[in-house]
Design a protein around this ligand. Sequence first.
Ligand code: MN
Length: 207
Amino acid sequence: MKTLEPLPYAYTALEPYIDEQTMKIHHDKHHQAYFDKFVKAVEGSPLENKDIKDILKNMSSVPEVIRTIVRNFGGGHYHHSFFWTVLKKDVPFSGEVAKAIEGKWGSFEKFKEEFNAKALGVFGSGWTWLVVNHHGTGQGHGGSLEIMNTPNQDSPLSEGKTPVLCLDLWEHAYYLKYQNRRPEYVENFWKIINWKQVNSYYLEAKK
Ligand code: MN
């Protein structure tokens, strides 16, 4: 029986920016449901023991009859697992990823401005991402940073891009505390980014 990994820190760890109750419901109910539905969908199929990242990178190899379920629930499972790891309070903006961001956007402030604009522009449910786009370099070999949105649980992995940071913009991610105040949620996100982890993802993506 497969079980969902617990949240990698206490439910209160991101207080006051993301509250305990939101984290509990988000991980134990929403993420759990994505996980359960994904596990059930691939049970007994050749995908059962494949790495979720590899599955999302090769959606065309997923049998058509379960492709939508895998996109929605496999994507939902992977994106939440990833999201938890990029959140932590009081980690300074630093490392190679900081240099690359400043190189590409000119300054942290300009980068933040574009990311916020993208995040506020998500209509309905979706995610905003900082990714390495490997286009023209062959997947997993270099590439440059870009900010992008995906609707629902569609994955940047399925477009040949490697996530290094993301923000969940489904209402379930913030509604209990922020209700309709998405800008406040997005602003507070900048106080809980685990730049150390983001830097590792960036270095890994650039290999
Ligand atoms: Mn979510």
